[in-house]
Design a protein around this ligand. Structure first.
Ligand code: HEM
Length: 145
């Protein structure tokens, strides 16, 4: 029995105990953790655009993009879908924030949301249908400067 014998390979020493690389890798945020971040940023992105704080809307669109890239690293099986989503769906949202074009933003945002939900269905989670909360976030100034 191997009980009590640490697995081979490099280990990180922490005040709480030693961790293997596998244990560290397994502790990284997973899909659900990163998607929760994406959902919050996506919600704030829409309300920032609607409020006229276009820089903030762009900031949150980039947060969604960056978090998607993190997901592609920890779960490579989603990499191709994430790359396509970034290229075809996030890019037009970002462009609309840069041009401060409210109509283009709404169209791109709705198309991206539909596609995100199609990806949820593709990966066996058709019950995850993201919808935009009507309430704006209360922790940020959403108005134009
Ligand atoms: C703006 C776009 C997106 C939004 C707002 C969004 C939102 C969400 C939310 C809120 C969840 C539930 C998270 C929780 O457990 O609390 C979720 C789960 C999930 N999303 Fe997304 N999503 C987006 C894009 C995508 C894309 C492009 C993919 C493609 C791979 C994807 C794949 C998944 C998967 C596989 C899950 C299930 C999590 C699991 O298996 O543990 N999502 N998403």
């Amino acid at each position: 029995m191997n009980e009590g014998i640490p697995p081979e390979g490099p280990r990180a020493r922490t005040p709480h105990g030693d961790l293997s690389l596998e244990e560290i890798a397994e502790s990284l945020p997973g899909t659900a953790d990163l998607m929760a971040l994406i959902g919050t940023a996506w919600w704030k992105c829409a309300h920032a655009a609607r409020g006229g704080n276009w820089e903030l809307a762009g900031y949150f669109a980039r947060r969604v993009r960056a978090t998607g890239r993190r997901l592609a690293v920890v779960r490579p099986k989603y990499g191709a879908d994430i790359a396509r989503f970034e290229e075809e769906r996030i890019a037009p949202v970002l462009a609309a924030t840069q041009e401060q074009d409210a109509d283009a933003f709404e169209t791109a945002f709705a198309a991206a949301t539909d596609e995100a939900n199609a990806f949820h269905a593709k990966w066996g989670k058709s019950y995850i249908r993201w919808t935009l909360p009507s309430e704006p976030p209360r922790d940020l100034d959403l108005g134009p400067r």
